[in-house]
Ligand binder design. Structure first.
Ligand code: SF4
Length: 364
């Protein structure tokens, strides 16, 4: 049996204008205490010696950690798990890339995921990001210079402001010219209560569709495989950690509010960062969801339809026993929102991905 591990780093230097995630700023000694708590939680794990498929440092902004702090966490993981074949990813932001620029540290990761969002300075400022376009490019080159050979760039689509489609075209061309191994492109949906939502409200659906289809076209033409609704990879460079979420594999949570899955239960470490530090990484888990066989099958259909591979014939057949659903499937295929795949099932097209939520809800 093998697991993945998610390591949560809940700190950011400043809040972005669209972000509803819980994160806070912290000084070096607070981060040090947090790292000590994480190391304790890792060392107390009950799955000692387990082979890990992937490790993902997410946040927040993991690159607020110093090289020494990263090393302490990686050493603890190495002492407890077998990570010899694991994909080891950290998220980072361009303005704090320097914390990672250490040859010995870079070698301990197999993948880097950089939050760029846009290569347009006006858009970056509207999003409240701390970097500009030049800093994002410099951070990418710096990682490459230190030997990083597997980099993801995160982009955002359908941003407010003037001429977004033109700016997006430039952003996509710049991203492609850097030739990262992976690009994620998410449609921005502003969360209620964030400064961006207060200023612009809900965004325009038509712009979202145009931006998404433009991103799909450009990235596919540049040779990226569109393997998940918002994710594009060069050959052999799909994100193993995210594939684990999308194919219902098991993962362990480390850090406050991190979520885990054991094949049946979705559970969460339900404490604040302050409580986590105070309890030195001793945690209790609260079960959020218990999935029986039919829940797991329904979820598998939903997750599979968000992947380019789609669902296979074995999953499609029971759905088609319901005549109304069968007619619906014929309808989405004839209107090119879906296509039959070589495994006797269906996959959504790019236009289908745009309305995947309503398609999936009709099939459940
Ligand atoms: S860096 Fe990421 S987690 Fe931090 S505030 Fe910005 S969007 Fe949120």
């Amino acid at each position: 049996m093998s697991f993945s591990a998610y390591i949560h780093i809940p700190f950011c230097k400043r809040k972005c204008s669209y972000c509803a995630f819980y994160s806070a700023s912290a000084n070096d000694s607070e981060i040090d205490e947090y790292v000590s708590a994480l190391v304790n939680q890792i060392k107390a794990t009950e799955t000692y010696g387990e082979k890990l498929k992937s490790v993902f440092f997410g946040g927040g902004t993991p690159s607020v950690l110093s090289a020494f702090q990263f090393t302490r966490i990686l050493d603890a993981l190495n002492a407890v798990f077998d990570v010899s074949d694991a994909e080891v990813t950290t998220e980072l932001n361009p303005e704090s890339v320097r914390n990672l620029l250490d040859y010995a540290l870079i070698k301990r990761f197999t993948r880097f995921s950089m939050g760029v969002q846009s290569f347009d300075d006006e858009e970056l400022s509207l999003l409240g990001r701390l970097h500009n376009a030049v800093q994002a490019k410099d951070a990418f080159y710096a990682l490459r210079g230190f030997g990083a050979d597997n980099i993801n760039i995160d982009l955002m689509l359908a941003l407010p402001g003037e001429n977004h489609l033109k700016k997006l075209e430039n952003t996509l061309e710049t991203a492609i010219s850097l030739s990262p191994e992976h690009i994620s492109a998410y449609i921005l949906t502003p969360e209620n209560g964030t400064p961006l939502f207060d200023k612009y409200g809900l965004f325009n659906d038509e712009l979202s569709s145009q931006a998404y289809l433009m991103a799909c076209d450009k990235l596919e033409q540049a040779g990226y495989e569109h393997y998940e609704i918002s994710n594009f990879a060069k050959k052999g460079k799909k994100c193993i950690h995210n594939m684990c979420y999308w194919t219902q594999q098991k993962y362990l949570p480390f850090g406050p509010s991190a979520c885990g899955f054991d094949g049946i239960h979705r559970y969460r470490i339900g404490c604040t960062t302050d409580e986590y530090i105070k309890n030195r990484g001793t945690v209790t888990y609260s079960i959020e969801e218990t999935l029986d066989d039919s829940d797991l099958t329904a979820e598998k259909i939903m997750l599979s339809l968000r992947l380019a591979d789609g669902i296979d014939g074995d999953m499609l057949k029971p759905i088609c026993q319901n005549k109304e659903k069968e007619r619906f499937i014929n309808g989405i295929v004839s209107s090119s929102l879906a296509k039959y795949n070589e495994r006797g099932g269906i996959s959504l097209t790019n236009r289908g991905f745009l309305v995947s939520n309503s398609i999936i809800s009709r099939l459940m």
